[in-house]
Ligand binder design. Structure first.
Ligand code: NDP
Length: 449
């Protein structure tokens, strides 16, 4: 009898776990993965992918409105939430099937049940079966945080928002981070009244202040209401089924759905890691070294469960690097420099490198800032007052572009390419020497003087 059932047993078939499984298998390892919910994980099943489809779906409201300026007559325009929701959920099914095929094609066994660690090289499945593996990878991701307040059981999180039985008339969103700002944009565009309530007085902490101000201005003009310094304290059900919400010192106000988006915590509860001697961090995260190895030599962890950077492409890179390191004979660590990120708010914003305030602090003020504050041609033509804002942060001593921050139509699509320049250490002079691509919004990046 072989000493181990598998060379690698992965717990969690999300972005990081599936990538690690398939790459380890391609290096010749015998691999199995266990998933208690659906293959694909947060990003595919109830995160990035269905969210982006809802952003696309809701964006038609703006496009159809603007179409009149271009000579189109759109008659009998109406929107059916059930159609969008069901089409999105069908696409999620399609993607889940594609992920399962990837595992099958790479001869990775998959168990559709919960698995917990019962020793440094053993996991036990919900069915009671014990599996021995030479290496275990934990890739179970994170789970929405639900703050403690009266009536929080009446609220939903991003897990449930994709399944709403109907489009709510009034949506209250607690939190002002990624999920809150993206869903505020979606529901606002679909015609719901949106109120964002946050415990502090800021949105999107961590993004450049100029972009955050611009997003706030534009979204307020679009009708989103904000209540700052006002965490939710109570949610009550009314006789008619609607909700009554109390936030901060404000008078209670009505809502049909309350979405709580107050961060995501590593999903390590009950995973049995203590049985392998692993001590969790303060937020429940699994501490790992730069090769994603835990304090137990046979157990590794990647993705949101390690709480390094909670982004899908990072989990994928960590999973890939782990598989190459342990099974491919090419040890490598993930590089966290100049990670581009975006918020698919409406308008979207995107960013890479240091913000203006981070740069001023790090370089003791030796920073040059260039901005382009412009009204995109398509907005001018459609009579939309909304302006885009691009900002370049330059290290004055080297002329290197160390930060690019953008808000405006298609900002994430444009920023991906600019991130290459920032990573490559290009200078403002390199940007200036690049001929503008006219007419485009992105030409602003090379025209700032
Ligand atoms: P974020 O960390 O982005 O935002 C959390 C928000 O909730 C903040 O506004 C914060 O307030 C507030 N908050 C935090 N804790 C509490 C609390 N206990 N009570 C009340 N308010 C609180 O989290 P999200 O849930 O929006 O998203 C989770 C993660 O998912 C993100 O960190 C991101 O990595 C990922 N994600 C990425 C996306 C993308 O790349 N486009 C899209 C969606 C999610 P304040 O900061 O003011 O203190």
């Amino acid at each position: 009898m072989a000493e181990f059932d598998y060379d690698l047993f992965v717990i969690g078939a999300g972005s990081g776990g599936v990538r690690a499984s398939r790459v380890a298998a391609s290096h010749g390892a015998r691999v199995a993965v266990a998933e208690e919910y659906r293959i694909g994980g947060t990003c595919v099943i109830r995160g990035c992918v269905p969210k982006k489809l809802l952003v696309y779906g809701s964006h038609f409201a703006e496009e159809l409105q603007d179409a009149a300026h271009y000579g189109w007559t759109v008659q009998g325009m109406s929107f059916d939430w059930n159609v969008l929701r069901d089409t999105v959920l069908r696409d999620v099914d399609r993607l889940e099937a594609a992920y399962i095929s990837t595992l099958d094609n790479n001869k990775v066994d998959h168990f559709h049940e919960r698995a917990v660690v019962t020793g440094p090289q053993t996991v036990t499945l919900a069915s009671g079966r014990e599996v021995r593996a030479k290496t275990i990878l934990i890739a179970v991701g994170a789970w929405p945080v639900m703050p403690d307040f009266a009536g929080n059981e009446l609220c939903i999180t991003s897990n449930e928002v994709f399944h709403l039985p109907s489009l709510p008339r009034r949506v209250v969103i607690q939190g002002a981070g990624y999920i809150a700002m993206e869903f505020a944009g979606i529901f606002n565009a679909l015609g719901c009244h949106v109120t964002v309530v946050n415990r502090s007085e800021t949105v999107l902490r961590g993004y450049d202040a100029s972009l955050r101000d611009r997003l706030l201005q534009i979204t307020m003009a679009r009708g989103i209401e904000y209540k700052f310094n006002s965490p939710l304290t109570k949610v009550e059900q009314q006789a008619d089924g609607s909700l009554m919400v109390t936030a901060g010192d404000h008078d209670p106000f009505g809502a049909d759905v309350v979405l709580v988006a107050t961060g995501r915590r590593p999903k390590t509860a009950g995973l049995g890691l203590e049985r392998a001697g692993i001590v969790l961090g303060e937020g429940g995260e699994i501490p790992v070294d730069s090769f994603s190895k835990t304090s137990c030599d046979s157990i590794y962890a990647v993705g949101d469960v390690t709480d390094r950077v909670q982004l899908t492409p990072i989990a994928i890179r960590e999973g890939h690097a782990f598989a190459d390191t342990v099974f491919g004979g090419t040890p490598r660590a993930t590089d966290y420099e100049a990670i581009p990120s975006a918020v698919f708010s409406q308008p979207p914003l995107a960013s890479v490198g240091l913000t203006e305030s981070q740069a001023r602090e790090k370089l003791a003020g030796a920073v040059k800032i260039f901005t382009a504050d412009f009204r995109p041609m398509k907005n001018v033509f459609a009579g939309r007052p909304e302006r885009g804002l691009y900002k370049l942060v330059i290290d004055e001593s080297t002329d290197k572009v160390i930060g690019v921050h953008m808000i405006g139509p298609e900002a994430p699509e444009i920023l991906q390419a600019v991130a290459i320049a920032v990573r490559a250490g290009l200078t403002k002079a390199d940007f200036d020497a690049t001929v503008a691509l006219h007419p485009s919004m992105s030409e602003e990046l090379v025209l700032m003087r």
